[in-house]
Write a new protein. Structure first.
Lengths: 253, 261
């Protein structure tokens, strides 16, 4: 049997003796799987993401990418952060921002791939603008383009839609699902938005309050392609949403 | 700024300058004294400093020392400061030394520099560089340290090397702070330039002013002082225009429009 794309095995992390963030977190993510992690706010989702991406090492337990563990972020992994305002290089244009992932690639190929990524996020018309000349949603699309231009296998999304308005959030959700499908890209979405998690994911992992541990893994077997209107009106969606909501609320109490 | 406000500002600025010049001329004419010559000889002395021969003997040596000394200070302060600010682990070691040195009046280095290098151009360049390196260094350390941690995470994900992290992430982020340091360094550099030329020199503006003071050529003394002001003004304007170009992103990012700056 082949190794799962990502597996966390008994991961614990504490910042100090009385600030334990993660406690024995264990789950697996398969190839081409869209996984969403939800939990009460402040439960340690971002810490978990930093452990997954090897930006931080756990105190105990292991993170494996296809059976291997890494001290530095593996090259096939990309992250989109919540705070687009601080995760883009403000002194570089949109195009140059996206290019940063392809510094070793020959000029002509790089130009093609950057244009392709910008077209995929519908930002090709703004390639020469600077991030601060763009709206929040456009900045996040630029960050998304930079993440996919390296042709990653695993895309980590750290509350990527939390800082944009409702309509933009919906557009970005559709865009991300579409891109993951077309590029057969696995994604791991960390979010506090239960609707978003159920709507986008193949599997939702519910975390407890701090110190976070996995409470339950809920498979989401809604058919794809999913639609913001029709999918969200189906009884299956509503009952899954109810189930996840109840679990998260139990945690918060 | 709207056009009429700008015009009004220009009017009052010109009026102030003309008033001060008139006051000078009036005092010089009504109370003749050797230490205050009228405007005309001062203006003539000033213009004669710009003649090629005089310029090459007086203004050019000063400018070239300043260029080398100040340039060294900017490069050294920026590179060293960026690296030190990024490598926080070095902080406990370097911080006390830097905090101490910043309070040493840089002019006090002059006698030591004279012993070390003699009355040479090297001594003068060293003194200028020594005086102006600290504001740049401290500003660069500060700017690099307050840098954006999230961008460094992005850099790690994108596999930036240490050099790339320093020069493509930390340095650009520290540039707004560095430019503020460079502006202060320029004025200190000018002071150090004049002072270094007051001792055992045979050319340069500092030497020119001192010699004419000894010869009671007061018009020349004032012409030299005004020339220093001109140099400072031109260099500052040049620096601001570079800053405006290099940091265009910063004003945009901070949400400042061109019209307000």
């Amino acid at each position: 049997m082949s190794q799962p794309l990502l597996s966390m095995e008994g991961v614990s992390k504490a910042y100090s003796a009385d600030a334990q963030i993660l406690r024995d977190v264990t789950f697996k993510q398969g190839s081409n799987e869209f996984l969403a992690i939800v939990g009460p706010s402040g439960c340690g989702k971002t810490t978990m993401l930093r452990c997954i991406s090897a930006l931080m090492s756990p105190d105990s337990g292991s993170v494996f990418h296809e059976g291997q563990s890494f001290d530095d972020p593996p090259p096939w992994l990309s992250i989109v952060f919540q705070d687009y305002n601080r995760s883009l290089f403000p002194w570089l244009s949109v195009r140059r921002n996206v290019e940063q992932g392809l510094r070793d690639v020959a000029r002509s190929e790089r130009d093609d791939r950057v244009s392709e990524a910008l077209t995929a996020v519908k930002l090709d018309h703004a390639a020469d603008l600077y991030p601060w000349q763009l709206s929040g949603g456009m900045q996040q699309r630029c960050a998304l383009a930079r993440s996919i231009v390296t042709a990653p296998r695993l895309l980590l999304l750290d509350e990527p839609f939390a800082s944009v308005d409702a309509q933009t959030r919906i557009d970005l959700q559709d865009l991300v699902m579409d891109i993951c499908e077309r590029m057969s890209l696995s994604a791991l979405l960390v979010t506090h938005d239960i609707d978003e998690a159920v709507f986008m994911a193949d599997k939702v992992v519910v975390l407890s309050t701090r110190p976070a541990t996995v409470v339950e893994e809920i498979p989401i077997d809604l058919p794809r392609p999913r639609d913001q209107l029709t999918t969200k009106e189906t009884p299956e969606f509503l009952s899954l949403r109810h189930k996840v909501y109840t679990l998260v609320r139990q945690q918060a109490q | 700024m709207p056009r009429d406000i700008r015009l009004r500002a220009l009017f009052w600025q010109t009026a102030t300058v003309l008033f001060l010049l008139a006051l000078w001329q009036w005092s010089a004419v009504t109370h003749p004294a050797p230490y205050l010559p009228p405007l005309k000889p001062v203006a003539l002395a000033y213009l004669s400093l710009l003649k090629p021969g005089n310029f090459m003997d007086t203004v050019f040596p000063s400018l070239s020392r300043l260029a080398i000394g100040f340039g060294l200070a900017v490069v050294l302060g920026t590179v060293l400061g960026t690296a030190l600010g990024y490598l926080r682990r070095l902080d406990p070691w370097i911080r006390p030394v830097l905090e101490y040195l910043r309070f040493v009046p840089t002019v006090a280095i002059l006698p030591a520099a004279l012993l070390l290098f003699g009355a040479t151009d090297t001594m003068r360049i060293f003194v200028i560089a020594f005086g102006s390196v600290f504001p740049v260094l401290l500003a660069a350390i500060d700017g690099a340290r307050r840098g954006n941690a999230l961008l460094l995470d992005v850099a790690r994900i994108l596999k930036f090397s240490l050099a790339e992290k320093l020069f493509r992430v930390v340095l650009p982020g520290a540039l707004p702070s560095i430019f503020a340091g460079v502006r202060i360094a320029l004025s200190i550099g000018l002071v150090m330039m004049v002072i270094s030329e007051l001792i055992a020199a045979n050319d340069g503006l500092g030497f020119y002013i001192l010699r004419n003071q000894r010869l009671f050529q007061t018009a020349n003394v004032y012409a030299g002082v005004l020339m220093l002001g001109t140099i400072g003004l031109i260099l500052t304007l040049g620096l601001l225009s570079i800053e405006k170009r290099v940091l265009a992103w910063h004003r945009g990012w901070r949400g400042l429009s061109d019209a307000r700056s």
